[in-house]
Design a protein around this ligand. Structure first.
Ligand SMILES: [Zn+2]
Length: 199
């Protein structure tokens, strides 16, 4: 499970409660300026075993930006995450999934961050209703699926108990993005010096 665009001051903590009750670990692709505003919520995410990914500073269409602007969007966000939880995101997700092939390669080369998209999109941002969101998630899930949702929409968070319980009933287990990539458990990484403190 991945959740984009937060943290949100009310809906994200509510979602964290839902995840905690089921001992599910998720990945949050956070917006940097929201991290700067709500660092305590990001801290709670990490304390509860979730992974933080980079979703840019202010959610622009990165595909229309030049190299320096793209890196600045990512670096400001990584720095805000680092200030909040003393860890750097190790993957990124572009807003709207919009990134050129060359930009993906550039980000991987310059910041060692793979671009992570998704395989299941319930289009929850269109607000189709909580039961529709839950049905789309459960119906779309496959082994290894990366499911996209947004923790800034109340109906999405309200859809999660049914969606997650539906996945559990079908035997699915949950992992963070780094775990799927075969990397170390991100939430347990030790303090590291930021590699990208300059921009
Ligand atoms: Zn987004």
């Amino acid at each position: 499970m991945t959740f984009d665009d937060g943290p949100h001051p009310a809906y994200t903590p509510a979602l964290l409660d839902i995840l905690k009750a089921r001992r599910i670990r998720a990945s949050f692709y956070v917006i940097g300026r929201n991290v700067a505003r709500y660092p305590d919520i990001v801290k709670r995410m990490v304390d509860e075993g979730h992974e933080i990914g980079n979703h840019s500073w202010q959610h622009p269409l990165l595909s229309q930006l030049g190299k320096a602007a793209v890196l600045r969007e990512l670096d400001r966000t990584s720095e805000a995450v680092f200030r909040a939880v003393q860890r750097m995101p190790v993957t990124m997700r572009p807003p709207y999934g919009a990134l050129t092939k060359d930009q993906r390669a550039m980000i991987h080369k310059e910041r060692e961050m793979p671009t992570i998209l998704w395989s299941v999109d319930p289009e929850d941002w269109r607000r189709p209703g909580s039961s529709v969101v839950a049905d789309r998630i459960v119906g779309g899930a496959r082994p290894g699926a990366i499911i996209l949702s947004h923790d800034i929409h109340k109906p999405t968070v309200q859809a999660m108990p049914a969606a997650l319980d539906g996945l559990i009933e079908r035997g699915y287990r949950f992992a963070t993005v780094s775990m799927i990539l075969g990397q170390r458990d991100w939430s347990k990484l030790r303090w590291r010096l930021p590699k990208v403190a300059k921009s």
